[in-house]
Structures are given as structure tokens and as C-alpha cells.
Design a protein around this ligand. Structure first.
Ligand code: PMP
Ligand code: GLN
Length: 382
């Protein structure tokens, strides 16, 4: 039987490929983005408590009320934005689901969707599977900022959606007020909607603040903001996140969500609701990760790589184009095998797999693991 693939150009994601290689080689895995340490034991106790209390059957489709309420409180506290937890907040099975459901809710056959290139790897498949056409606008090098003139030029009568990501994976670039204002100007008199991937919202450095698209009145009315508890509470394997959007958009979003997963694990939701009653548990995250970024960057200075410290996220990019012509994918594989440190080649995030000779390292690891990795990286032969 021959199957005509709906995603012929797609293979297994780089995160699976590199994590497997790291495990096969016994390498330190700084490739796939996940913390190398566990979450707060109190969160585990809460999950245990709610599981044993018998909250193990289907929960509400839109998410447990107490958690939706907490998310709304967090948005008020951090961004000064009032959200109605009933009609504007939905809990889902990870930001990946939020992104997919938002695209599926609004993109129809032949609609154009602007993607800022490079982009997280799930965006383009979500667009294509829903009959949309990705229109790629390259980010500006070397800082991966947005050239808004290029975005403006890419907009046509068919543009339905713009997908954005701040803090940005893989570069860590954090949007400025000017980015928000300019996007708002571009979309305000049109039917264009926005999906904003803000999974690293609580991880920004050097005093920078994450500017959620919720904070801009024009964007707030047009945007699906997608978030993830995995990043914020060190539980990436739980696959639990949320989508914030105005009532009309949320209504359409939930029509998709109810047939994708219907709902997400109730005891996790009750536990997170209790855990979030103390805002320091998410407000302290930038300081927590800044120490790791600084430690990692300090060590990188003693390696042949060149880099600019990441503005946000838990990734650090490094360049090696001044040293070698080696393909970034090959180099990432070779380093995993030869020095036992795994990274992600940045080319995988580009629509045309362009090779800028950049690798991405995840520094969400214990200090000792980072120091061990740096010791090995110092010895690389490029
Ligand atoms: N968006 C970005 C930019 C990411 O880096 C990730 C991966 N962690 C996701 C979305 C997916 O988040 P989740 O694991 O909650 O589905
Ligand atoms: N977001 C993670 C990263 O960028 C990977 C998530 C996944 O493996 N699906 O590394």
C-alpha cells in the first residue's frame, strides 16, 4: 500500500534524533530543551494528593476552573491585564497543542500564514496540515530581530495569520515595545490574526522584561497567546500549557481543542493551581536561569566559539563559521560522538535548512553538568 504523505518533507524531529544520539553515546545532553533537574517536591506532593483524592476522571474540557483562575491572576500580576477565566483562558496538553489548535481554528485552505524564519519546528506543519500556505519572512542577522518592512511586504489579501515567538527559540531574542507597536500597526485595520508563542515568558535576562502581546490593546483583541507550564515549573514531560484569547477566538479554539485532546490531566491541573498561589514560584525564574546562562557563557569564553549572551529562553547559540566550513548538523553529531556533548544545529529551524554555522546549547542543567560539558567543549577540534 502506498500512502501519499501529508508532510513529505518532514522526518523525525531533531529533538528526538539528538536526544537519542546523546543517550546512545552516553553524552551530556544539551540538545533538546528540558531541565536537567526535577521540579519542586511540593508540586509532586500536590499531584499525589489530588490523584489519591480520586480526581482521575475527565476534567472540564476548557480546564479546571481553579487553574484558569490562577492563570488569569498571573496575567494581572505580571502584565496588568484582566482576563476572564471563563471565556478567555483554556488549559491544554502543552503549548504544542495550543499552537496547533489556534492554527486549526482559523486557517482555511489557501490562507497564507506569515512565519518568521527561523521558527520553532511545529509551526509550519500545523499550517500545512490545515491547508494553509507558510510565507517565510527571514529574521535579521546576527540578533534574530524582526525587519518589519519585510513583514509588511509579505502581507497580502490572503494573509490570515502571523505567528510570532518571544523570547525566541533558538536565538533567545526578546521583543521590544517597538516590535509590539509595529506589529499592531500592521494588523490593526485588517482581518489578520496573531498566534504568539510565549513559552519562555518567565525567562529573560539582564533586566529585560518579557512583553506579552496581551499588553497591547490592539494585539490583545487579535491574538492567541500560547504558554507552557513545562518551562516554568521544570515539568516539560507533563505536556501542560494554556491558550489566552478573546472570547470569540477562544470559542473557536475550544471547538478544535475538544476534538484534539478534550482535556488535560486533572490532578496536574489542581496541583498547579495550588502551587501557583505563591507567585515567587514563577517570578524568580529569570534570576534562577540568569545564573546558569552567566556560568555557561563565562565558560564559553574559553572555547573557540563566538557568541552573544542570550536575552531570554534557556538556550545559548554559538557560532563557529570563523573556524570551519563543516555542516552544522554534521558538527553537532560529531561533537556528540567525539566529545560527548550534544547540541542542536540551527539549520533545522530554517525553512530552507540554511546553514549559518551555529549550534544551540540548552543551559537548563545543574551547575556540575554545565561545568563538565564546558570542560569537554574546551577540547573540541573544529
Ligand atoms: N514553543 C517553543 C518555542 C518551544 O521551545 C517549545 C518546546 N518546549 C514549545 C513551543 C512546546 O511546548 P510544550 O512542551 O508545552 O508543548
Ligand atoms: N522545545 C524543545 C526544544 O526546543 C523541544 C521540545 C520537543 O522535543 N518537542 O528543544
Amino acid at each position: 500500500m502506498t500512502i501519499s504523505s501529508k508532510l513529505p518533507e518532514v522526518g523525525t524531529t531533531i529533538f528526538t534524533v539528538m536526544s537519542k544520539l546523546a543517550s546512545d553515546c552516553g553524552a551530556i545532553n544539551l540538545s533538546q530543551g528540558f531541565p536537567g533537574f526535577d521540579c519542586d517536591p511540593e508540586l509532586l506532593d500536590l499531584v499525589d494528593q489530588y490523584m489519591r483524592a480520586g480526581l482521575n476522571q475527565y476534567g472540564p474540557m476548557s480546564g479546571v476552573g481553579a487553574l484558569r483562575q490562577r492563570i488569569a491572576e498571573k496575567s494581572k500580576l505580571v502584565y496588568g491585564v484582566d482576563l476572564d477565566s471563563e471565556s478567555e483562558v483554556t488549559v491544554v496538553s502543552g503549548a504544542t497543542e495550543a499552537l496547533y489548535a489556534a492554527v486549526a481554528a482559523v486557517v482555511k485552505l489557501g490562507d497564507e500564514v506569515i512565519l518568521l524564519d527561523p521558527a520553532y519546528d511545529s509551526y509550519a506543519p500545523a499550517v500545512k496540515l490545515n491547508g494553509g500556505i507558510p510565507v517565510y519572512v527571514p529574521l535579521e542577522m546576527p540578533d534574530f530581530s524582526v525587519d518589519w518592512e519585510k513583514v509588511k511586504t509579505a502581507i497580502t489579501a490572503k494573509t490570515r495569520l502571523i505567528m510570532v515567538n518571544t523570547p525566541h527559540n533558538p536565538s533567545g531574542y526578546v521583543w521590544t515595545q517597538n516590535d509590539l507597536d509595529t506589529l499592531a500597526e500592521l494588523v490593526q485595520d485588517s482581518a489578520i490574526l496573531v498566534v504568539s508563542d510565549e513559552v519562555y515568558e518567565h525567562i529573560t535576562f539582564d533586566g529585560r522584561k518579557h512583553l506579552s502581546l496581551l499588553t497591547h490593546p490592539v494585539l490583545r483583541a487579535k491574538t492567541f497567546v500560547c504558554g507552557s507550564f513545562g518551562k516554568t515549573f521544570h515539568v516539560t514531560g507533563w505536556k501542560i500549557g494554556f491558550c489566552l484569547a478573546p472570547p470569540r477566538l477562544t470559542e473557536e479554539f475550544r471547538k478544535i481543542h475538544q476534538f484534539l485532546t478534550f482535556g488535560t490531566v486533572p490532578p496536574l491541573q489542581y496541583a498547579l493551581a495550588d502551587f501557583m498561589s505563591d507567585p515567587s514560584r514563577y517570578l524568580g525564574l529569570s534570576d534562577f536561569y540568569q545564573k546558569k546562562r552567566d556560568l555557561f557563557c563565562e565558560g564559553l569564553k574559553e572555547t573557540p566559539f563566538v557568541f552573544t549572551p542570550a536575552q531570554g529562553s534557556f538556550f545559548q547559540m554559538v557560532s563557529y563559521g570563523h573556524l570551519s566550513d563543516e555542516d552544522d548538523y554534521q558538527l553537532a553529531v560529531r561533537l556528540t560522538k567525539e566529545i560527548a556533548v550534544a547540541s542542536i544545529p540551527i539549520s533545522v529551524f530554517f525553512s530552507d535548512k540554511r546553514d549559518l554555522k551555529i549550534l544551540r546549547f540548552c543551559f537548563a542543567k545543574e551547575e556540575k553538568e554545565l561545568l563538565d560539558a564546558l570542560e569537554k567543549i574546551k577540547n573540541i577540534k573544529i
